[in-house]
Design a protein. Sequence first.
Length: 340
Amino acid sequence: MLGLSFIICCHNSANRLPHTLDHLARQEAQHYPWEVIVVDNGSTDNTSLVADHAWKAHGQVPLRILTETTVGLSRARLKGARNARYDLISFIDDDNWVAPDWVSVVCKTMAGNQLIGACGGQSDAQCDVSWPSWFNSCRTAYAIGEQASGESDVTWTRGYLWGAGLSIRRESLAQLLDEGFVFLLSGRRGRSFASGEDSELCMALRLAGWKLYYQPRMRLKHFIPAERLNWTYVRRLHRGFGCSNPVLDLYRKAHLPRHPGAEASPHWTRKVVRIVHSILQDHWYALDACYKPREGDIGVLKLETKFGKLSEILRLRGKLARFDELLSQAKWRHPVPRIV
């Protein structure tokens, strides 16, 4: 049934959730049915009770609360997706405030092209304090801004979409799961800033033959609390981005033709040597970054990404070759015509 299921995955979201639900309640969905699913992902506050109370105050459609005790964004999202009633799913975070026409825009966009497996939109930053001077140059780290120059198929250009507001065709996700897809990235847990599950899902959909689409008329505001607008936080974000790169590089590699005689999966030690060499080319930055804040210096953020990638290669070591083999033999892979 063509309609939209909002899935909000929450971990201790009692303070943020009411605002998110308030914006959802303003939907002008025309004739498209929709619902809201809140997945309480191991919360220790009263997230579920707050969600129920907030929605009863002004909700116009059903809200269901599910529980996923294993902490992890992927687990929570899959729990919600398996229980969704409608053909389309929008994953929004507990700090995403969607526009009133979100349901109708997503439904019209994805109904217009049955090959779109996932689409994403434009997000604007919202905060109740002054922005730091470096924020604009770092806004993509917070999933803020445009994802392409205009409405377009980004399957073979950008190649991924942000997780904030990521909208999925349930059929495409079901195809992956039914044919054995599992996430290789574990995502954020506890104090870890590891991320990348959103990009991994998009890249898997691309390998399975689905298209990725950017629709700028899908608009949301991303509320960023003051405690996340500091240089230490954005550095940790980039370290987390780096941690996802070794696995995402395997997906990128899987989209490229394998040249005869090329080494399919270089040993992890060669990867380490290459990235250490890259870091040493910026050795002054590497040295200073250990002792000085260097606030606003984008070079430091690039190094944080490299350090994250290096640490993850060392942690995974021989597993990368096994992951590469799993991707090459995955049953959910299908021939993909490369059309830009």
